[in-house]
Ligand binder design. Structure first.
Ligand code: ADP
Ligand code: MG
Length: 373
């Protein structure tokens, strides 16, 4: 077990890393953050911010020298970085688990090879692959294999001609073409798994997206208990198959009452932010615990919760909304990430409303959102 006041390494300095730093600090650990952005939300509160590229040899060397364990907040860390660090310090999740989740082709192939239900798809490596793809995949979504997030790097295509145009617009980058499913709704499961294989899942939650970006998370998910239970079982299966250690997010589509795994995030997940205010242990503390070899905490939900993301869009002309409106609502917890620049679509913060009655909590969260525009 790695105990406080040990120093932990975090690759990436966004809001997920910031919440990790907060959790680690509360538990008595120190954190070194590696992020090339000098204003990164986690870098500014870390014990040390290594402001360098993710493959910077000197920075990685310093991290390996000073940290008792290393983890990540995003899937796009070069696998070579994780491998380099792993030679001298425990790294969770491993390079191989991250490599699967960071590449849509290997992610889909992992789902297929392990018989997890998923949307029909085809790998598109070159233009020549497009005419021979199954016409049953249209209408579909062409998704770039790497670096896509929040709906970026995706194009909805109705035909092979449209797929070709979209593939060219993505500059011939490797893609997957996925059949467009008619979604009843979307759910996710965030869980933690330790090195001994113990799995502690948070409840299955319901996710609503706007323009491909998570907008609202409702905890627990409404709808059928069977869907909630199946999602838990599938997420556990995915974590086991990945040999995963740390906090993992698994996204699902619910379609005709059936679950399909959409994608995995080898890190805490936006849909798990409600755990900060509504669960005995939050998803970031679980990451600290898993990485340090501590027993995983109790993930119990204290009460129904609804989380609403605050994107840069609610900063009209770059001016912050009137936060007092939110602070006046006493069952609402506001979290702002300290980002300097508000851009449309950029995740700037979130709030969570908690309370005894799920329907009332939902109504209160929607009303709060309306009040700040
Ligand atoms: P990202 O990495 O940007 O989160 P996703 O693959 O999760 O990418 O896509 C973002 C959102 O787009 C999903 O949450 C869902 O709402 C919608 N979407 C993605 N793929 C499909 C699909 N095959 N059928 C229907 N909707 C989809
Ligand atoms: Mg997604």
């Amino acid at each position: 077990m790695i105990l406080p006041p040990a120093t932990l390494g975090m690759l990436g300095g966004g809001q997920l890393a910031r919440f990790f730093v907060i959790a680690a600090h509360e538990m008595g650990y120190k954190v070194v953050v590696l992020d090339p952005d000098k204003n990164s939300p986690a870098g500014m509160i870390a014990d040390k911010h290594l402001c360098a590229a993710y493959d910077d040899a000197a920075a990685l060397n310093e991290m390996a020298q000073t940290c008792a364990a290393v983890t990540t907040e995003f899937e796009n860390v070069p696998a070579a970085t994780l491998e380099t660090l792993a030679k001298s310090v425990p790294v969770h999740p491993t390079a191989s688990a991250v490599a699967i989740c960071q590449h849509r082709v290997s992610e889909k192939n992992f789902l297929r090879d392990n018989s997890f239900p998923h949307a029909p798809y085809a790998e598109i490596n070159t233009e020549a692959d497009i005419p021979s793809t199954d016409s049953g995949l249209y209408p579909g979504i062409l998704k770039v294999a790497r670096f896509g997030y929040d709906g970026k790097g995706q194009a909805r295509v109705k035909s092979a001609e449209e797929a070709l145009a979209a593939f060219r617009a993505f500059k011939g980058e490797q893609c997957v073409l996925e059949k467009m499913l008619s979604l009843d709704y979307e759910v996710s499961v965030v869980l933690a798994r330790d090195a001994a294989g113990n799995v502690v899942p948070f409840p299955t939650v319901e996710n609503q997206h706007r323009n491909g970006i998570l907008d609202v998370t409702i905890a627990p998910a409404r709808g059928s208990a069977e869907v909630r239970d199946q999602a838990q079982a599938l997420a556990r299966g995915v974590a086991e198959r990945l040999g995963y250690v740390g906090t993992l997010g698994v996204e699902f589509f619910v379609c005709g009452g059936q679950l399909y795994v959409n994608e995995m995030a080898p890190r805490p997940h936006n849909s798990g932010h409600y755990t900060i205010d509504a669960c005995v242990t939050n998803q970031f503390e679980q990451q600290v615990r898993a990485v340090c070899g501590l027993p995983l905490g109790d993930a119990r939900l204290h009460s129904p919760a609804v989380m609403v993301n605050l994107l840069g869009d609610v900063w009209p002309n770059g001016h912050a909304p009137a936060w007092n409106v939110l602070f006046e609502q006493r069952d609402l917890k506001l979290h702002l990430y300290g980002k300097h620049e508000a851009r449309p679509g950029r995740k700037m913060g979130h709030f969570t409303v908690i309370g005894a009655d799920a329907a009332e909590v939902h109504a209160a969260a929607m009303a709060a959102r309306k009040r700040i525009g």
